[in-house]
Design a protein around this ligand. Structure first.
Ligand SMILES: O=C(O)CCC(=O)C(=O)O
Length: 265
């Protein structure tokens, strides 16, 4: 799918206004099913490593995806439609700094409402145009049973206290982000949101690709890029990856003990 400049701008404006836009049916479902089949092994490793009370809450796993093979598919990490919206929001000189997943399992609980980043200048209390985005797509359909993320539209432009108060009073109702395989959400991670329980036996992986303004350093994440993968990618992808560490060997790039601890604000 290609977006015209007007369509890309309309999606970006929706993020500016509400914090979220969804590109429906963007990724072929066969691709999603391949990712889901391959993801099982990564999830099993994470469960062995972290036990059943990992850092995102009970039975809820944050898993970094290794940057090679299907996980480095240019059709996803260098997708024209996604990049058109992302570039409109954080600039053509932005950076890609995170490739990971969030997976609630049976037994997971509602998370506390949170934002995924701080204000640029917390002492000012002032919100700014977007600077940190998450591109999310699920590896199974997200229904009320499999644990949709809930978010409060427009709260990315309010202080956290104001946003929380308006959610608590019901003035801003939480929206459940139902998604089908192939749908892609682009969101401003300042919005107030939370994960909800997966009530099924099927894991609900949600891929997260992080994009930021070129000057934003997020020390809690990076993408460990094997050199041979980097040279095989299109120019735009190489440019967006330019601030990540590059490794001569895949084994070195694929350090298994990475976890992401600082996340909720
Ligand atoms: O994928 C989800 O359900 C959202 C999880 C989330 O917001 C988090 O772990 O910070």
């Amino acid at each position: 799918m290609q977006l015209s400049p007007d369509q890309a701008r309309a999606h970006a404006d929706e993020v500016r206004a509400t914090s979220v836009t969804v590109l429906r049916g963007l990724i072929p479902t066969e691709t999603i099913d391949h990712w889901n089949a391959a993801f099982g092994q990564l999830l099993a490793c994470a469960i062995r490593r972290e036990g059943d009370n990992p850092n995102r809450g009970p039975h809820r796993y944050y898993v970094t995806l290794p940057f090679h093979g299907l996980w480095a598919d240019p059709g996803i990490i260098d997708n024209d439609a996604i990049m058109a919206v992302v570039e409109d929001l954080v600039g053509e000189d932005g950076v890609m700094c995170q490739l990971a997943s969030d997976t609630p399992l049976l037994g997971s609980e509602p998370q506390d409402l949170h934002r995924d980043t701080q204000l640029l200048f917390p002492e000012s209390g002032a919100e700014t145009p977007p600077y940190q985005l998450a591109v999310n797509f699920p590896l199974i359909d997200v229904t009320d049973e499999t644990g949709p993320m809930e978010y409060a539209p427009g709260t990315h432009m309010l202080s956290k206290a104001d946003g929380m108060a308006r959610v608590a009073s019901g003035e801003i109702p939480l929206v459940s982000a139902h998604m089908a395989r192939g749908d892609v959400m682009i969101r401003d991670v300042r919005h107030i949101h939370r994960g909800t329980p997966n009530r099924t036996l099927t894991p609900r992986p949600m891929v997260v690709v992080g994009y930021s303004r070129r000057w934003l350093h997020r020390p809690e994440v990076n993408i460990r890029v094997p050199a041979d993968v980097l040279v095989s990618l299109p120019e735009r992808a190489r440019r967006w990856l330019r601030h990540n560490p590059v490794f001569e060997s895949r084994a070195e790039a694929e350090r298994p003990d990475e976890t992401y601890r600082a996340f909720a604000y």
